[in-house]
Design a protein around this ligand. Structure first.
Ligand SMILES: CC1(C)C(=O)N([C@H]2C=Cc3c(O)cccc32)c2nc(Nc3ccccc3)ncc21
Length: 338
């Protein structure tokens, strides 16, 4: 997803009438925050609560069967995920031509842009961010979901500069005993086995990308680079990267644990439990992997929805128990997470 090109006005070259709307459901569009080739992301405001959300508007008329299947898979996966460092799905609105995914808005933008502006992070700050990323990714892996496109551009920041992982468009379920073979992701973050067209189980390709992300956080550069795909492929498959003098020994050792070319030697995220760099300064709190996955039924919010918005407690409880993402569910989530 790239930020909107300044030159292009908000007019759309799709003949999809839904793209001319200035809002949908309970949401008023404010501005475009991103544009992909099949989707546009609008900053919007919830009319009743005033909470800011991001609405991903997907033009179904431009999608073939395969892409439509991938879209519904992305939605199914987003409905599964409920973690403080993963962008939350609030509501799904579908019309004949368009799918609207109402999601959490990360007002801090991309971690990539943050690094461009502020340069590399000190190891202390990089650790805080990296622990949030690890917590979210190991939560996904525990749910047998892999992201497959982890990169600094997909790591968003909220108003407190906390991490919010976005864009599960390449994500999939994996079987620990199975193999996947789709080449996904962005070359600088892609594991060597992907360049070699080898099948993979799943988590190990995210683990490699996390190694690249750790390198980017602590050095502000990519470990593997090349002026074209061939050079990039050679650089990744050679697996050689420079360790700047300012990097601590423990950080260097941790990078070596992630950037192992052999996927079978590249352990899964559980090996991090006692890593000295990860736990430096966090001795008593190991990476939280199974943060509360079920949304609690908060009596105060249910009461408020009843008295202020005339929404029955039963209808809210039904949404939460049956994983329904409609306008009632959105009202609850917006007040619960805000
Ligand atoms: C719905 C969702 C998850 C999404 O799809 N995007 C898009 C849109 C732009 C973009 C990107 O530049 C990188 C990744 C994801 C995205 C979002 N962008 C934001 N905030 C934001 C704020 C300023 C700049 C960039 C992103 N919050 C939530 C989302």
């Amino acid at each position: 997803m790239s930020p909107p090109s300044k030159s292009r006005k908000d007019k759309d070259d799709t003949n999809n009438p839904d793209f001319q709307l200035n809002g949908i459901g309970n949401y008023l569009f404010q501005k475009t925050v991103g544009e992909g080739n099949f989707a546009k992301v609008k900053l919007a405001k919830h009319k009743l609560t005033g909470v800011e959300v991001a609405v991903k508007v997907i033009d179904k008329t431009t999608l073939d069967e395969k892409k439509l299947g991938k879209l519904y898979r992305e939605v199914r996966i987003m409905k599964l995920l409920n973690h403080p460092h993963i962008v939350k799905l609030y509501e799904v609105i579908e019309t004949k031509h368009t799918v609207f995914l109402v999601m959490e808005y990360a007002s801090g933008g991309e971690l990539y842009d943050y690094l461009v502006v502020h340069g590399k992070m000190k190891e202390k700050e990089a650790r805080a961010k990296f622990r949030q990323i690890l917590s979210a990714v190991s939560y996904c892996h525990k749910k047998r979901v892999i992201h497959r496109d982890l990169k600094a551009e997909n790591l968003l920041l909220d108003a407190n500069l906390d991490i919010k992982i976005a864009d599960f468009g390449f994500s999939n379920h994996f079987d620990p005993d199975g193999k996947l073979d789709t080449f996904c992701g962005s070359p600088p973050y892609a594991a060597p086995e992907l360049f070699q067209g080898k099948r993979y189980t799943g988590p190990e390709v995210d683990v490699w990308s996390l190694g690249v992300i750790l390198y980017v956080l602590t050095t502000g550069c990519l470990p593997f680079d090349g002026k074209n795909l061939q050079e990039m492929r050679e650089s990744v498959c050679r697996g050689k990267y420079r360790i700047p003098f300012y990097l601590s020994d423990v950080c260097e050792k941790l990078l070596r644990k992630f950037l192992i070319r052999d996927p079978f030697k590249r352990a899964n995220l559980d090996f991090l439990n006692d890593d000295p760099w990860i736990n430096d300064g966090y001795a008593e709190s190991p990476i939280a992997r199974d943060i509360s996955t079920t949304v609690q039924e908060d009596e105060v919010i249910i009461k408020l929805l009843e008295t202020k918005y005339n929404i029955s407690a039963e209808s809210v409880q039904k949404c939460l128990r049956e994983n329904i993402y409609d306008d009632v569910a959105a009202m609850y989530y917006l007040l619960y997470y805000d």
